[in-house]
Design a binder for this molecule. Sequence first.
Ligand code: RTP
Ligand code: MG
Length: 155
Amino acid sequence: MEPPHIYVERTLAIIKPDAVHKSEEIEDIILRSGFAILQKRRVHLTPEQASDFYAEHYGKLFFASLVAYMSSGPVIALVIARDQAISYWRELIGPTNTVKARQTHPDCLRAIYGTDDQRNALHGSDSFTNSEREIRFFFPDSIVEPVPVGQASKD
Ligand code: RTP
Ligand code: MG
């Protein structure tokens, strides 16, 4: 019988400036949640780089303060992988607004590590297309093929 094909999915996580001092603790939670950490980079984004990363929000009222926040100190970008990584990581980090998240999802990572309604500690890609773009943004040499696992050798 053919062994099942289980495909792990990759996503981009960012530990934002307000949570970098808790990065060891957060990486530990990531690993204990069944993710592998494939790549990791600490980088202090310029305002231009932060604007490029969040280009989809250009023109919104919060854009300038978002760019200021994301370029206010180093961030840690992580390529993390497991099955359904994109949706599962988004579920773990929780709602965008930390203050509301504390009321509705008190166990989510943004409720625990976030600061206020904008400084929410963590980023997660919201779709496959965006995950690939965002991984390439921080890791330009990254491979794009999904990684098959769990396929027993036929030898
Ligand atoms: P992210 O992209 O960082 O994972 O956050 P998200 O998908 O949950 O939320 P998104 O709508 O993409 O917003 C990007 C980031 O902008 C800040 N924000 N501030 N003041 C506001 O109304 C507001 N709305 C969004 C947050 O830092 C959010 O993570
Ligand atoms: Mg987003």
